[in-house]
Design a protein around this ligand. Structure first.
Ligand SMILES: *Cc1c(COP(=O)(O)O)cnc(C)c1O
Length: 426
């Protein structure tokens, strides 16, 4: 599959049925797998042989889909998780334990911000936040002896700021830690961070990859490029023997697949944030049309952004596809084919006006979701980011008047018509 274009991979990668096997990846709705000998099963438990034995660790349906996303991102290995949050948590915990530290861009999804600033802190993992447009020196000035990784969202939800990827890649590699990028908003159709130097990509597949709002899910994709052995003292979990598997060393035994192998063998085993095979099957159907849907989201969002920009009741629009956006040039550099279908804007007036606008919409629905085929809308300050204080809100790039609009793939005239009638109520 690696020679084919990304559109072909969306449709066909990850599953190659043999003669007489199902054309579609079957839903292997089984928790367990049968073996003829005690010894054979033992070898699987020792990671001496590959094979399925329990769906908490691995399942054939989920594996096909993880492999497809890995091919789309240009990675060597992937793992599906039960949610985007689980993918992010597992990625951090695969490298950090109590006493460790990491650096993150502050422009983050609200749930990720809470995970980093509150929950991981309780577990003894600390984080330093830097601006998404921080320079190399500024990022490196936050490095400590126990720093294990650098993290950022390619296009931040909902701040819409673009990560200056070259800067973050450079900083990470000067320090000798992997750069982890949340690529949920652009999807591999618009941006492939692994091909530009990032080491690991995470996704909330709940968004565009699924695209139809039918299943919560996440995934972790490894480029296979980070040289764990070169910094072996910093990453003992990958370069020192694991006593729970008879002393295997992941970086030696699994080579470029070490990161995902360790994450599966230790974290899925112990924490079990596994996706269901049924959800993986649904995700795969979404992926088959990703390359058709994403360009439509982008072109609709561009038309909507232009409409909003010129509307008298709109005070500001944040969409890096607009030439006057402060990050237009960064967008051209990293996302030349479009940013995504999400944009934010402010309704003129106060919070009440924003609420009246939202409540007047007929086609666009108020839902806690984005990146869906259906146009949807949300007020981050009163919904997703409700738990954050005003100063935390500011750090994540959310203002009280901000409306987050996820432009769907309906007819753009109908979407604009709905926005227009709701804005006239303000
Ligand atoms: C939604 C989202 C998440 C969290 O994913 P879930 O699937 O909801 O757990 C993480 N990062 C970004 C950028 C998101 O949009």
């Amino acid at each position: 599959m690696s020679d084919y274009h990304i559109e072909t991979k969306c449709v066909q990668a990850g599953y190659d049925p043999a003669n007489g096997e199902p054309r579609i990846p079957p839903i292997v709705q089984s928790t367990t797998f049968k073996y003829d000998s005690t010894e054979h099963m033992g070898r699987l438990f020792d990671l001496e042989e590959s094979g399925y034995f329990y769906s908490r660790l691995a399942n054939p349906t989920c594996d096909c889909v993880a492999k497809k996303i890995a091919e789309l991102e240009g990675g060597v290995a992937g793992m599906l998780t039960s949610s985007g949050q689980a993918a992010i948590m597992m990625t951090i915990l695969n490298l950090c334990g109590a006493g460790d530290h990491f650096i993150s861009s502050s422009a983050l999804y609200g749930g990720t911000f809470n995970l980093f600033a509150v929950t991981l802190k309780k577990l003894g993992v600390s984080v330093s936040f830097v601006r998404p447009d921080a320079g190399v020196d500024e990022i490196i000035s936050e490095v400590k002896e126990n720093t294990k990784l650098i993290y950022g969202e390619m296009v931040a939800n909902p701040a819409m700021s673009i990560l200056d990827l070259d800067v973050f890649v450079k900083a990470a590699h000067i320090v000798g830690v992997p750069l982890i990028v949340d690529n949920t908003f652009p999807t591999p159709i618009l941006c492939r961070p692994l091909l530009m130097g990032a080491d690991i990509v995470v996704h909330s597949t709940t968004k565009y990859l699924d695209g139809h709002a039918v299943g919560i899910g996440g995934c972790v994709i490894d480029s296979g490029n980070f040289e764990w052995n070169r910094y072996s003292e910093r990453f003992p979990g990958l370069t020192q023997p694991d006593s729970s598997y008879h002393g295997i060393i992941y970086a030696s035994k699994f080579g470029s697949g070490a990161f995902i192998a360790k994450m599966t063998a230790q974290l899925m085993r112990d924490m079990g944030c596994s996706p269901s095979p049924m959800n993986a099957f649904l995700l795969n159907i979404g992926l088959e049309t990703l390359h058709l849907r994403v360009p439509r989201h982008v072109s609709n969002a561009m038309k909507v952004a232009l409409f909003l920009k010129n509307h008298p009741n709109v005070s500001w629009v944040r969409y890096p596809g607009l030439p006057e956006d402060p990050q237009y040039l960064l967008g051209r550099k990293y996302l030349p084919n479009g940013i995504c279908g999400v944009l934010t804007f402010g309704v003129k007036g106060n919070r009440e006006e924003a609420v009246r606008f939202m409540d007047s919409l007929k086609l666009a629905a108020i839902v806690t979701h984005v990146c869906d085929a259906r146009t949807s809308v949300l007020h981050p300050a009163s919904h997703t980011h409700r738990q954050l204080s005003d100063s935390e809100l500011e750090k994540t790039g959310v203002t009280p008047d901000m409306i987050r609009l996820s432009v769907g793939i309906e007819n753009s005239d109908d979407i604009i018509g709905d926005l227009n009638q709701a804005l006239s109520q303000v």
